[in-house]
Design a protein around this ligand. Sequence first.
Ligand SMILES: Cc1cc2nc3c(=O)[nH]c(=O)nc-3n(C[C@H](O)[C@H](O)[C@H](O)COP(=O)(O)OP(=O)(O)OC[C@H]3O[C@@H](n4cnc5c(N)ncnc54)[C@H](O)[C@@H]3O)c2cc1C
Ligand code: FES
Length: 264
Amino acid sequence: MSKIACQDTLITKKRHLSQDYFSLTFSPVSRANRCVPGQFIHLLLPSTDVTFRRAFSVASVSEDGNELEIIFRVVGRGTTLLAGLAKGDRVNILVPLGNRFTIPRKNERVLLIGGGIGFPPMMFLASRLLAKGHPADKIEFFYGGRSKDDILERTRIKKLGVRFHPVTEDGSFGEKGLVTQPVERVISEATGEKMRMYACGPEPMLKAVEALGVKYGIPGEISVEAPMPCGFGVCLGCVLPLKAGGYTRVCTDGPVYPFGEVVL
Ligand SMILES: Cc1cc2nc3c(=O)[nH]c(=O)nc-3n(C[C@H](O)[C@H](O)[C@H](O)COP(=O)(O)OP(=O)(O)OC[C@H]3O[C@@H](n4cnc5c(N)ncnc54)[C@H](O)[C@@H]3O)c2cc1C
Ligand code: FES
């Protein structure tokens, strides 16, 4: 685990993306340039009635390494308060936390699968892979949501130049259905090519992606969520059972796990 910084930082940019979705950019962030895809920050709200920090995946880091972005959905008290903050407001963050996605070989076709608010770490991974020279036409970006309003940053993802596969359950944008449909289609159409899958999203989607990995013999990793009171391995509030027995602390051992390692 890389060294963790606990620091005050300012909101330098706030974007309302759609309905309950927001993007916040923080600066300065002393360890932003150390952040790698899969890692997250733990954010303390400047409020007395929200005791615990809240975890958010790193969505992007600026080229100069001073700014860090998160993208979040309002689901409860903490995220409501966060959405109410403005440019210039101060928050305290722990950064960077957690492990990372494995970097694939350049000859591998990479299948990035984001469901709902699970897409930010996939977007960060896609841009890092491109920066490392992974061919854009070997990166398939699948993004599933309930309807068009749940598919965020469409222009930004398209601009990456990767193969973009938006999917909505109601068919209001992209293909109609579940995100795993085009994933399976791309897998079955690729002949003899090495592939690797990465997924972040709701549990049923992660289970379905793992099942595809098993069915087609494709290795991959999932990023999981768990309640996260402390964020650095002390409270055991984030433990998940392992298939091989025992437990794992998602905050320090995860949130990224190889297919088949944790009980979902
Ligand atoms: C490693 C990690 C990375 C994460 N990355 C992101 C991210 O990039 N963007 C993001 O929006 N969220 C992310 N989350 C989830 C985020 O931490 C929670 O949404 C947040 O803590 C909720 O705080 P709250 O006070 O608003 O809700 P709470 O008051 O804690 O919960 C309110 C209600 O919402 C439910 N709830 C909590 N989390 C979620 C959720 N994720 N989806 C749906 N319902 C939920 C609770 O069960 C409860 O019923 C991540 C979580 C982890 C562990
Ligand atoms: S959140 Fe406390 S041990 Fe993981």
